[in-house]
Design a protein around this ligand. Structure first.
Ligand code: ATP
Ligand code: MG
Length: 420
């Protein structure tokens, strides 16, 4: 070990476990790439004000969890705590919404930073894959995103996840509900901080995890009873579409995102094998966000799935991903001359698209064969001085143990044939 360790709340991804992370990112993004979503990448930091407005001044993310910094030039920046605000900012900046092709469908993958209390499934640096569909209000779009996330999780072999679904209403009906909820909450026995929250962000109180708070909320007014006809019809359509797609979900009227620009459809993916950090992903509609950050009216919907927690969910379910071996051929040279010759063969194989590796450092046969085994290679190529004198290499099938001498010049073609 060196003098240094990964900072608190972070961890390194190292082989072989890192391969699972790559496979998860790949599996989550594959259905998006096949559904018209284009890849977007934005900086790891943004103007702090973008998140203050685009995530919300009253959220935990902005009040407690952001890593902020002042540059030497005096700019106030924050490491990105989430993806949506950045992606919308970038889409507006590039005028993607003006190309006459709405919705703008984008997907992203990257690192996010939140100053949180580290625990299992909760880190200060974590990784998400996300999707945003910008500029269209259409229940089919909401349904599409939920169906694609479901497809991604299923393709990984996850089964013990649940989809929670709710509607938050819109600017017509939500204010009426908000007031009714505030009136109810003000009569409860709550601490000072929660009382302040009632005034700024009352829907968030519904999300309080404490049992003594939850007990008092049993008779709280339900958003469902306040939805206007347009929101009700929209939500019914989303429900019908995902039901028709065979996606199972649960109505959860307590599921909230307590910001004014989150509207209508909201959903969360939870996994039952993860203990208290059960949310593996979440999303919903954010029809007012563009205007909050100075853009035009662009009703949008999106989600973000946590890669770290998805990997933990796989481990909790005991799912082993079928990861293809990274090395197909492993070359073991015995002697100086063989080293040059076999390295030439390895280079040729690689150029032909065959994954090949090499026993470096002039090691003996026994140690090199151990490495060959560990690499998972299907074939090894061994050559010593006598083989070279005869113009052959020994090709060993690592599954059957069978070994044959193959003319050196034919080895690449022979391997290509055997590996299909
Ligand atoms: P939680 O309620 O667990 O704090 P959240 O509502 O803050 O989650 P979102 O902002 O919706 O989470 O982020 C989407 C997903 O990103 C989460 O469902 C989770 O999988 C992942 N995620 C969020 N924060 C962290 C973190 N600190 N460490 C690891 N994964 C995280
Ligand atoms: Mg959080």
């Amino acid at each position: 070990m060196s003098t240094f360790q990964a900072p608190k709340g972070t961890y390194d991804l190292t082989p072989p476990r890192s391969a699972t992370f790559l496979a998860v990112r790949e599996a989550i993004s594959a259905p998006l790439r096949d559904s018209g979503y284009g890849y977007i990448e934005t900086p790891g930091f943004e103007n702090v004000e973008l998140f203050a407005r685009g995530v919300g001044e009253s959220t935990d993310i902005v009040t407690k969890e952001m890593y902020t910094l002042t540059t030497k030039g005096g700019d106030q920046l924050a490491l990105r705590p989430e993806g949506t605000a950045s992606v919308l900012r970038a889409a507006l900046e590039a005028n993607l919404h003006k190309a006459g092709n709405l919705p703008v469908k984008l997907w992203y993958s990257g690192s996010y930073y939140r100053y949180e209390r580290p625990q299992a499934g909760r880190y200060r640096h974590f990784s998400q894959v996300g999707a945003e569909a910008i500029g269209t209000e259409d229940p089919v779009l909401d349904a599409e995103l939920i169906i694609l996330a479901d497809q991604a999780y299923r393709s990984l072999g996850l089964r013990q996840f649940r989809i929670l679904l709710n509607s938050l209403g819109d600017k017509e009906c939500r204010p009426v509900y908000r007031e009714a909820l505030q009136t109810f909450l003000r009569d409860l026995d709550l601490d000072e901080e929660t009382r302040r929250r009632i005034e700024i962000n009352p829907l968030r109180v519904l999300d309080d995890k404490r049992a003594d708070v939850q007990k008092q909320l049993t008779d709280a007014p339900k958003l469902r009873d306040y939805l206007c006809d347009a929101c009700k019809a929209y939500h019914e359509e989303v429900r019908a579409l995902i039901t028709a797609a065979g996606v199972v979900f649960e109505d959860d009227e307590k599921l909230v995102r307590g910001l004014d620009y989150y509207t209508r459809t909201t959903f969360e993916f939870v996994h039952d094998g993860l203990g208290s950090q059960s949310a593996v992903g979440g999303g919903g509609r954010y029809d007012g966000l563009s205007e909050m950050i100075g853009g035009p009216e662009l009703p949008s919907v999106g989600w973000a799935l946590g890669v770290d927690r998805t990997v933990l969910a796989l481990e909790a379910e005991g799912v082993e991903l079928d990861l293809p071996a990274t090395t197909s051929v492993y070359a073991v040279p015995l002697g100086e001359e063989a080293r040059r010759v076999l390295f030439g063969v390895v280079t040729e194989l690689r150029r032909a698209g065959i994954a090949a590796d090499f026993a470096f450092g002039g090691r003996g046969l026994k140690g090199a064969m151990k490495s060959a085994n560990r690499s998972g290679a299907r074939y090894t190529l061994v050559a010593g001085e006598r083989d070279l004198a005869e113009g052959v290499v020994q090709l060993k099938d690592m599954e059957s143990g069978e070994q044959t001498a193959v003319p050196l010049t034919e080895a690449p073609a022979e391997l290509a044939k055997r590996l299909g």
